[in-house]
Design a protein around this ligand. Sequence first.
Ligand SMILES: *[C@@H]1O[C@H](CO)[C@@H](O)[C@H](O)[C@H]1NC(C)=O
Ligand SMILES: *[C@@H]1O[C@H](CO)[C@@H](O)[C@H](O)[C@H]1NC(C)=O
Ligand SMILES: *[C@@H]1O[C@H](CO)[C@@H](O)[C@H](O)[C@H]1NC(C)=O
Ligand SMILES: *[C@@H]1O[C@H](CO)[C@@H](O)[C@H](O)[C@H]1NC(C)=O
Ligand SMILES: *[C@@H]1O[C@H](CO)[C@@H](O)[C@H](O)[C@H]1NC(C)=O
Ligand SMILES: *[C@@H]1O[C@H](CO)[C@@H](O)[C@H](O)[C@H]1NC(C)=O
Ligand SMILES: *[C@@H]1O[C@H](CO)[C@@H](O)[C@H](O)[C@H]1NC(C)=O
Ligand SMILES: [Ca+2]
Length: 272
Amino acid sequence: MAFCAALAVIALATFTALRATSSAARLLYPYGSENDTFNKNEDDGTSALIELYSNITLFGNVSSSLYVNNNGLLSFKAPISVFTPKDLPVADGNPFLAVFWADIDNVIAGNISYWQSNELSLLNQATSDVRSYFSLPSFSAALVFVATWHGVAYYGSSASSSMVNTFQAVLCSNGNLTFIMFNYESILWTTGTSSGGNNKGTGGTQALAGVNSGYQTGYYKIPGSLSEDMINISSTSNVNVTGRWVFRVDKLHPEDASGIIGDVEKCKKYLC
Ligand SMILES: *[C@@H]1O[C@H](CO)[C@@H](O)[C@H](O)[C@H]1NC(C)=O
Ligand SMILES: *[C@@H]1O[C@H](CO)[C@@H](O)[C@H](O)[C@H]1NC(C)=O
Ligand SMILES: *[C@@H]1O[C@H](CO)[C@@H](O)[C@H](O)[C@H]1NC(C)=O
Ligand SMILES: *[C@@H]1O[C@H](CO)[C@@H](O)[C@H](O)[C@H]1NC(C)=O
Ligand SMILES: *[C@@H]1O[C@H](CO)[C@@H](O)[C@H](O)[C@H]1NC(C)=O
Ligand SMILES: *[C@@H]1O[C@H](CO)[C@@H](O)[C@H](O)[C@H]1NC(C)=O
Ligand SMILES: *[C@@H]1O[C@H](CO)[C@@H](O)[C@H](O)[C@H]1NC(C)=O
Ligand SMILES: [Ca+2]
């Protein structure tokens, strides 16, 4: 069995303009249709437990369900409502994939939705992306899960603010091999006001992106996490696709396309 999930977010105020560009169409997997399930608009909220269509291997174990958490995380053992991101590793036995862990408030603005599918068009898209980044010509996705944070505001922002973020997580697997793709369409803020942020949504303890097995080893932080550099994550990549980061996460130690094990933040090269 294979499984892939994606998460995305875009600022609502700028959505029309962004959709007019071809890069928006390329970066984000489809989302927001009648097939999506929408999280409640609730600060620090989460989805219900979501059963995957098939089992996947994640950090050396079998996973069959997950949560889509409003504050920018997919988690696999328990929901997460923590709004100020913590440095990795978080060794509490709850594996998570942090697309953009920060104090999102979708009561003020934005939609968080997800869907999974074994339709051929979606499987083919994920299969093609994984094959083009990793040396795995026989990989075929069996499941794709897409979660998208569309036009989400930061906690403490004003309802009239156009400072919103759009990003997405795409999880895909053939059962044994599992990949997570982070797609950053538009990032205009990094911090909520309860995390030390200012009235522009920056400063303080800024957003974190990465993958976390739940153990002391087996994690990776995207360089720039927790710093002001996060505002520019939509112009970085580890696969030469602007705004996209992809990791293999079926083994305890995550890998990028070159097989680098991400135990420590040693890959500064990606921020150039
Ligand atoms: C929604 O799901 C149905 C059943 O899988 C599919 O036929 C339809 O094309 C989907 N709609 C969209 C907009 O993806
Ligand atoms: C999924 O894994 C569980 C154990 O974690 C197992 O009991 C179940 O049979 C598996 N399901 C499938 C469809 O393989
Ligand atoms: C898999 O899960 C079991 C039970 O939760 C745990 O004891 C074991 O250490 C896990 N293995 C890995 C590699 O995470
Ligand atoms: C998405 O968000 C907008 C504005 O926040 C809202 O008007 C719209 O109803 C939402 N869409 C869905 C399907 O919830
Ligand atoms: C997964 O790995 C097992 C054991 O190596 C193998 O029997 C099975 O065919 C693999 N499944 C897929 C979809 O590759
Ligand atoms: C982000 O990118 C912009 C445009 O390239 C640049 O002016 C700005 O200094 C960058 N911010 C940080 C914190 O690196
Ligand atoms: C990155 O992608 C561009 C086209 O988008 C291509 O011209 C360039 O050769 C690629 N670089 C590498 C290192 O693959
Ligand atoms: Ca929040």
